[in-house]
Design a binder for this molecule. Structure first.
Ligand code: GLU
Length: 507
């Protein structure tokens, strides 16, 4: 094969939300393209009208944009070799179906669904192929005049690929090595259906990969059994010289490692299997997404990249998209399935949250503020985040940990109350209020701390006893950052209000 510019494609079918396995396929295509100075295109394979789901295409595009997986060409990106949506390419496919018919590599079949069903019932393991096609109703078995008559009468038909039996077909897979198939296992696949005047997946996929000058096909393992058929189609067209190389990615497995990862595993164990929230347009069923669950896109990308590939011992597993491009090696992808270790995903998210600037995090939290109607002041939220982000694994957790900066506690953690709130606590809090009222309105952290400590010493009060009750008043529990950093953000008036309230509630 002559050296061609690397061109790869992500070719999803819009049949629902993009599964995390599809995200990995898109990402590996992206990394491969970038690593080779090549191009990536987005093709929508929507020839199966039965499985078409409205909204799925837009969902796929938005997901990939959120993750930062950009395309050079394709649906919503434009380009010279479009249209990139298969339902808009009927004329092109019609032409190539005719070409196969003219070359004698395909034939027309009139068997009705009922007739096919009957065969399947009466013949065990019935397969439409060299051994059976002579007894079926098609352009190979029927007289020419009969075929013409049926066609001009507008009879529904399909075009089938003529598969020669007993041909060894080799697929040279970049991950799996050489895989050999015998053509006899293949049936005479339907390439085109007159009923919707559209080709099936196989024909459209091959024709488009050829016309769009695709050099490498990187896709999920579930397509491996189709690859010998695809090789035969390339040969039938005489396109062997530009046939892409294949790479089939191993399955994503359940966290326990037994069987394929499914949406139900996500529901069962509490993690999303989709990049964005998805509402099924038919059933209304809602599935959670990484974005809405408070993940950063770079964390998801880093995590997903490592499902079936790793950079080797000399590099850290923490990698930006640019670093992934630098180290990614398709040929080092694992042949065996990759366990979906979502705990690792959380670890990455925690890591990337710590790396993010407080201001970026504040902006990302804005939608949470809009939903809860807490006032959003960028500078203030940024300061609060700096105090609490250390412990947050997701943006949602980060937001929860901020809540006491925006709403005063109305209840107090029972265990802490039982342990800390003593007979003298109320009067100590009253004294503390008196002291704070004499301080400046902003309660600067160090200054306040010094004054409060001096007062504790003077009165001989236990530091732990007083401070824990103080914390309980401000936060509602025995948690949170340095107390005087909290008071500095709340300010004097709010701090006093919260102290007054705890005295009232706990007495
Ligand atoms: N439309 C197929 C899918 O949804 C594409 C398979 C391929 O990449 O060839 O997975």
């Amino acid at each position: 094969m002559s050296e061609r510019k690397v061109r790869v494609r992500f070719a999803p079918s819009p049949t629902g939300a993009l599964h995390i396995g599809g995200v990995r396929t898109a990402l590996y295509n992206y990394l491969f393209a970038k690593a080779h100075g090549g191009e990536l295109l987005l093709r929508i394979e929507d020839t199966d009208s039965q499985r078409f789901v409205p909204g799925a295409e837009a969902y796929i595009i938005e997901s990939l944009k959120w993750l930062g997986i950009g395309f050079d060409e394709g649906v919503s990106y434009g380009g010279d070799l479009g249209p990139y949506r298969q339902s808009e390419r009927r004329d092109i496919y019609r032409h190539y179906v005719q070409e196969l018919l003219d070359k004698g590599k395909a034939y027309i079949a009139f068997d009705t669904p009922e007739e096919l069903e009957e065969k399947r019932r009466s013949i065990p393991n019935f397969q439409y192929d060299a051994s059976t096609r002579g007894s079926m109703r098609n352009s190979l078995s029927l007289p020419r005049e009969e075929v013409d008559r049926l066609l001009s009468a507008g009879q529904q038909h399909v075009v089938r690929f003529l598969v020669e039996p007993n041909v060894e077909v080799e697929v040279d897979d970049m991950i799996r090595g050489r895989v050999t198939f015998n053509s006899s296992v293949l049936d005479d696949k339907v390439l085109y259906k007159s009923a919707d005047d559209l080709p099936t997946y196989h024909l459209a996929n091959i024709v488009d990969d050829h016309l769009m000058q695709i050099t490498h096909v990187i896709r999920g393992e579930e397509w491996l059994p189709s690859s010998p058929l695809h090789v035969l189609l390339y040969r039938a067209f005489g396109w062997e010289d530009t046939m892409p190389r294949f790479a089939h990615l191993a399955l994503l497995l359940k966290p326990e490692g037994n069987g394929k990862l499914s949406k139900r595993d996500g529901d069962r164990l509490g993690f999303p299997v989709f990049p964005l929230r998805w509402v099924d347009p038919k059933t209304g069923e809602v599935s959670s997404g990484y974005r809405e669950s408070g993940y950063l896109p770079e964390a998801v990308v880093n995590f997903v990249a490592l499902l079936g590939w790793n950079p080797g011992n000399e590099h850290s597993e923490v990698m930006s998209l640019e670093e992934l491009v630098r180290y990614f090696d398709l040929e080092k992808c694992s042949r065996s399935g990759a366990k979906f270790d979502y705990e690792k995903g959380k670890w990455f998210n925690h890591y990337y949250i710590q790396q993010s600037s407080d201001e970026r995090l504040a902006l990302l939290l804005r939608p949470y503020f809009e939903e809860t109607k807490y006032p959003f002041d960028l500078a203030f939220v940024t300061r609060c985040i700096a105090l609490v982000k250390e412990r947050a694994q997701t943006l949602s957790e980060l937001f929860d940990q901020l809540s006491y900066f925006f709403v005063a506690p109305t209840t107090y953690d029972e265990k802490t109350v039982a342990k800390r709130w003593k007979a003298e606590s109320a009067s100590q809090m009253r004294e503390l209020m008196e002291l704070l009222s004499t301080l400046s309105e902003k309660l600067p952290s160090e200054d306040t701390e010094g004054r409060v400590k001096a007062w504790l010493e003077e009165r001989g009060y236990g530091m732990g006893a007083v401070m824990n009750c103080f914390r309980l008043a401000l936060v509602g529990a025995a948690k949170g950052p340095h107390l005087f950093d909290i008071t500095a953000l709340l300010g004097r008036e709010e701090t006093l209000r919260r102290l007054a309230r705890i005295i009232e509630v706990l007495g």
